[in-house]
Design a protein around this ligand. Sequence first.
Ligand code: IVH
Length: 664
Amino acid sequence: MDSAALAERIEKLRDLLRNYEYHYYVLDQPLVSDNEFDTLMRELAGLEAMHPELISPDSPTQRVGGKARESFPTIRHRAVLLSLDNAFSLKDLQDFGQRIQRSEIESGYIAELKIDGLSIALVYENGVLVSAATRGDGINGEDVTANVRTIKSIPLKLKITLPRLEVRGEVYLPKREFVRINQEREERGDKIFANPRNAAAGSLRQLDPGITAKRSLAAFIYDIVFIEGDEISSQKAALELLTSCGLPVNRQYRACSGIDEVYSYCLECDENRHKLPYEIDGVVVKLDDIAARSLIGQTAKSPRWAIAYKFPAEEKETRLIQVELNVGRTGVISPTAVMEPVALAGTTVSRASLHNFDLLKEKDIRVGDLVLVHKAGDIIPEIIRSFPEKRDGSEQEILPPRHCPACGSNASQSSGEVALRCENINCPARLKESLSFFSSRDAMDMEGIGPALVEQLVDRQLVKNIGDLYAMDEELLSGLDRMGRKSAANILRSVENSKVKPLHRLITALGIRHVGSKTARLLCHQYRNINDFLHLDSAELTAIPEIGPIVAASITGFFSEEHNRDLIERLRQAGINMEEGAALQLSTALNGKTFVLTGTLESMSRIEAAEKLQSLGARVSGSVSQKTDYVVAGSDPGSKYDKAVQLGVTILSETELQDLLENA
Ligand code: IVH
């Protein structure tokens, strides 16, 4: 390709990709499959890697880049980012309307959803995103440009090129993403986010943009702060222009001629808010006519031409009847509140996780208490607080049990952990969870073995450990409730089929703490036979970039435990495949080559680089030795670089690495 053709192809790819991103993330109407999108993105990244001089910051490949920083520099906003006065009733809205009428202004209103996220100010120069800042104190905000660039619904380049456009909007976390992140945090023992707004703020204010990129933040833009190259006379026109620019604009706004119409819109939105995939906490009412805004002016804190109608808080009082204790797969005993049912945010709520006993004590919650409940992220029921002042003395404190509620063994709390655990590895409650997990889709994928069947198998003592699953026969199954010949045959077939699954499924199925299916796959790239796992040591594991000391200790701990080694032997006897097949290996181009990564890479994180190398059959190690084939050095490389020079190991630059990945 000559250089003109190359530049043309690159521009063409960028335009295509931008348009696909716009349809996917802004309009929610994908035009092409993920696969097609990825193929074009790879082609673009490949061309840019070979011709780094053609990389431009508004290219779709350039969303995640730059390294973690130590703090955020501040950006001074061109115009102070004001906040809004609140209205809580029709009366408050009417007062707002009357103040406007008194100024003899004749303009309608635009009512918009009030998105519950955090405010953001964006600057586009000649159509290209140049800066993004948080609200901060309204005068100065934090420069979060690198993080905002990772938000896919925010275009790096506008569809319309204006010399300058400064806008304001809201960054938020979709409800589902909030639930996902909290689940992950709870599993890891990290503190959970109280609501999507905190989670969005926590995700945006990450010093490492790579972390922000993994959080699926989204945004809506609702205001033009400054514009050069066009003029805007109304809020409606502003929203239309923002839309034409390709910015994400919430389309559910309504033009209202008077306050009564505004109020009925508010009631409608409150009624429907639970159906939205993101949280809203009210409606923002704005005077449509922009010229009229300057007539009516502003106070020190907020404009007089807009107001935020806040929905009533969705909290209800109810009574805590009982606390149920559940024992999970890893033996964690967790308390669940059973309450008198209440209607809350669109559903009836009667149960809520109490997370752990430390939290119960902290919140001073007792059985019989009147409690205040809400839904975190509009989804997960949670007790906010109790009302100690309303007690009559009959309430009972909830103490952590000393014994497992399922098997009576000792329950203990290891130091530094909030979780309380049953110490008995053969506890029937743990066993039920383990069996369900072992047979689940991501693990050994045994169709037909669900919680109901597991319950019977364990309660009747037909299955006492995982290995017994493979000893089941038709006779045993036919004795169970609701079990026909056909279902029994299907179950036995799916058990049989599970025997030939690749090793990473077995590693997942064993339910080692901190080892999900992703980590299991990663491990099985390197350790391809179960015997390799039996002799692992922590140092070797932590040499894999994704594996930290906690995960490594959990893995080595698991395989050194006698019970677990017995189980593996039993499974081996049952004829289960204990090797990773060739199927997982995508390519063998780098088979047997050992890589070490050092320094910061611009185009991808070290983890991504390691994953790509491993998918091509390479081994990625944490330390440089005689056996290392290549050291990839990003910017500011560490002592591994010096060691590589000393040992004469081949050193690759980031561009060379990209070439290698593209051409392998
Ligand atoms: S307009 C001067 N419109 O609510 C007017 N704000 O206190 C600036 N918000 O800080 C705000 N959705 O973070 C506006 N459609 C919307 C909004 C919205 C959410 C937030 C914004 C602001 C707060 C109001």
